[in-house]
Design a binder for this molecule. Structure first.
Ligand code: FAD
Ligand code: SF4
Length: 507
């Protein structure tokens, strides 16, 4: 009796666990379904990227002789849900057993566990650290800190190691990173990939089936095959990696990508593997083409942060994304969905997100995330927004970054303190403030940068929780030293700003 081998849209790896388990005669099931495109309103480019990558991958599998039962979104028989398609294909092929690779989304893991046709969910071993290995590392630790986990991963992979010691004598070269950047017309831009006939077909489909989703569908320039992904990696390694460290935290109005890699979608879909990326980066450094701060900083993002947040997601379980340690309950302001705002930083970060489905880490963390946290937005709403609008967003990586790192809604599992800042940080790291209706220099009054006002409002709202945190004590001392009149004006103006936000006024 044939078995079904279920492949989800982010499992496009020829050696993914379920495919490795395939036996002659098994049927590979792939399904484009409305339920996955709409459980949050995914960005049209994200839907198109996944569907086109799936279609290309299915053809590659067929070329190897595998029997692929592929459901297109507009097939009349499509039940439009993953369990629905599993049941339909099982009955069509007389299969009573399904092999899957465990999804990176608790909702889908549960749906497969509840499926009337029994589904075996194999561990997804495309990560460098398995869920059980992470749990063993976390066991008994009072706090889980990425830096210590990262050192373990360096030892495990041997990346940038000289025997037992880290290359260059340090684990981390961040003090050489994170500089502001200047506009540079000659800075290489990431490659764009012209849509082929398959992608054009998908674009037309997405246009008609998801017309109301936030985000521009065109121009669409994402790669959709492994060959495209390898080209993107090669371009990054040759042109942007040398300045990755220096420009990692910088933000420029007219340069949304700076020296970033734009490879997270390919990595998360399974078109690239974490180790091949890091091997390439290490080779560039060994060849003397890339400074150590850039290579180490980049490798840390992949074997450190990416693996760490995945471990946290698995360890903390299905209720994680619902956490709300700070009790925030404000609705997500319409400016996140493109409504007009006078704040230039938010306008640029959201506008870029709408146009590309992409913003880099600091835009996500210190602009859109920072503002939502300072304004006290419900973290679940923030989570749904991030999961919707970024082409690389899948629950296992998005939720710990949003709920944990960016909103501190997990109460300090991912980070030891909230990532909040006044406008001064954004001004230092970007050119946004120059074109803003607000003034970053002003601390009170109508023109005062809202980040300046809300920063103190946030710290005072949560004083009981944070003033004992050694990494935050200095901020409270600074506040306490301010004169009472100034403090009262800051809080009054912050309150007035929040009231305008609540009333739906353009802020
Ligand atoms: C609120 C918030 C939400 C985020 N949501 C996602 C998400 O849904 N999907 C996602 O892949 N990343 C997410 N990130 C992490 C990070 O912003 C993106 O990985 C990065 O911007 C992707 O662009 P890039 O490939 O150009 O990255 P680069 O800046 O060039 O970094 C290289 C790679 O490192 C990895 N990486 C870097 N930081 C992280 C991190 N914190 N967590 C996991 N991987 C990391 C990514 O694979 C990335 O491709 C989020 C960060 C924040 C603050
Ligand atoms: S002044 Fe404030 S709101 Fe305006 S761009 Fe700068 S940080 Fe953003």
């Amino acid at each position: 009796m044939p078995r079904l081998i279920l492949l989800l849209g982010d499992q496009l790896t020829p050696t993914v666990a379920a495919l490795r388990a395939a036996r002659p005669g098994d049927i590979v099931v792939m399904a484009e379904v409305i339920a996955e495109g709409t459980h949050v309103p995914h960005h049209p480019q994200k839907i198109a990227l996944i569907l086109s990558a799936m279609r290309h991958f299915a053809e590659d599998l067929r070329a190897t002789g595998l029997n692929v039962a592929y459901s297109r979104l507009d097939d009349p028989d499509n039940t439009q849900s993953i369990p629905g398609e599993v049941i339909r294909r099982a009955s069509e092929h007389g299969a009573s057993e399904v092999i899957a690779t465990a999804p990176g989304d608790w909702r889908l893991r549960q749906a497969l566990a509840d499926c009337p046709v029994p589904v075996t969910q194999l561990p997804d071993d495309r990560f460098l650290c398995s869920e059980t290995e992470f749990a063993a590392w976390a066991d008994g630790r009072k706090q889980l800190r990425m830096e210590f986990f990262y050192r373990e991963m360096r030892r495990k992979t041997g990346l940038m190691m000289e025997g037992d010691t880290p290359a260059g004598g340090q684990w981390n070269f961040d003090h050489d990173n994170r500089k502001p950047a200047k506009p540079d017309l000659f800075r290489p831009r990431p490659p764009r990939f012209a849509p082929d006939a398959v992608t054009e077909g998908v674009l037309a489909l997405v246009e008609t089936r998801f017309p109301a989703h936030f985000g521009a569908l065109r121009p669409f320039g994402w790669g959709v095959t492994r060959a495209d992904a390898l080209r993107a990696l090669d371009h990054f390694a040759r042109h942007a990696l040398p300045t990755f460290g220096d420009e990692q935290d910088a933000m420029l109005r007219d340069d949304p990508t700076l020296s970033h890699a734009l490879i997270s979608p390919y990595l998360n879909l399974g078109l690239l593997s974490p180790m091949e990326i890091c091997d390439r980066v290490q080779a560039e450094w060994q060849a003397g083409r890339v400074p150590i701060n850039a290579a180490e900083g980049f490798i840390r993002q992949i074997i450190g942060w990416r693996e760490f947040v995945r471990g946290i997601w698995a360890l903390e379980g299905p209720d994680y994304a619902r956490r709300n340690a700070l009790g925030h309950d404000r609705a997500l302001p319409p400016l996140y969905w493109g409504a007009k705002t006078r704040m230039a930083c938010l306008s640029h970060a959201v506008g870029q997100t709408r146009d590309m489905g992409y913003a880099h880490h600091i835009q996500r963390l210190m602009v859109t995330g920072n503002f939502a946290l300072l304004a006290g937005v419900d973290p679940w709403a923030v989570h749904e927004w991030y999961l919707s609008v970024y082409v690389d967003a899948f629950e296992w990586v998005e939720a710990p970054n949003t709920v944990g790192m960016s909103q501190f809604a997990d109460g300090g599992v991912v980070g030891s303190k909230p990532y909040v800042s006044s406008g001064a940080y954004i001004d230092r790291m970007s050119d946004y403030c120059k074109g803003c209706a607000y003034s970053v220099k002003e601390k009170t009054g109508e023109k005062a940068c809202p980040f300046n006002l809300l920063y103190w409002h946030f710290l005072l709202r949560h004083r009981a929780r944070f003033e004992g945190n050694p990494r935050m004590a200095q901020m409270y001392r600074t506040w306490d030293r301010m004169d009472d009149g100034h403090k009262a004006r800051v809080l009054r103006d912050a309150g007035a700003f929040l009231a305008r936000l609540e009333a739906g006024e353009t802020v």
